[in-house]
Design a protein around this ligand. Structure first.
Ligand SMILES: [Zn+2]
Ligand SMILES: [Zn+2]
Length: 175
């Protein structure tokens, strides 16, 4: 009998530990809450003990994923803006919003190109790229919660601005 055969399932799954978290990932599951917390805690400690290494990894990851860095920065800006306007806010990610509402622009109802740049300065094809839109703008009393967020095209979102959909065409930095 091998070592692993003798282990009872609970011990094998190790829930509530970092290796439990890895186990979930290896089996292609979504990690349970105790494992998610253990993983967060594990990396918090690891980062504190490996500051230099963490900076190196974060830096090279950022070089490989410029679009994700920009998207994270937008997320931070957005949450800061929500706090400034003191509107209700909850954490969400682009992936979550697309999963919930589909890769469809809620303004023109056409498909969004998830691989396209997410900003007019991002290069070719940006018009069909993804941005998250507040259905009721924050400045008009909308909240920063999932119920008020929809996927939109970059161009549709810019044209919409804080105003009704019908608007004169504006000039873009890249076209
Ligand atoms: Zn678990
Ligand atoms: Zn659109």
């Amino acid at each position: 009998m091998s070592e692993t055969d003798r282990k009872p399932p609970q011990e094998w799954h190790n829930c509530g530990t970092h290796s439990g978290y890895r186990g979930h990932r290896q089996r292609g599951e979504t990690a349970c809450d105790p494992c998610l917390n253990a993983n967060t805690e594990y990396y918090k400690i690891w980062r504190a003990n490996n500051k230099e290494r963490y900076r190196e990894i974060a830096y090279s990851w950022g070089k490989r994923n410029p679009e994700k860095v920009r998207s994270n920065m937008r997320n931070v800006c957005r949450r800061r803006r929500a706090r400034k306007l003191s509107v209700e806010s909850e954490p969400y990610t682009q992936d979550l919003i697309v999963e919930l509402y589909g890769a469809i622009c809620h303004i023109c109802l056409e498909e969004i190109d998830l691989t396209a740049p997410q900003h007019p300065m991002g290069g070719e094809g940006w018009e069909k790229g993804l941005q998250l839109d507040h259905v009721l703008p924050l400045s008009k009393g909308g909240n920063d919660k999932i119920e008020n967020i929809r996927p939109a095209h970059v161009k549709c979102n810019i044209l919409k601005g804080n105003k009704p959909l019908a608007q004169p065409e504006i000039t873009f930095p890249v076209n």
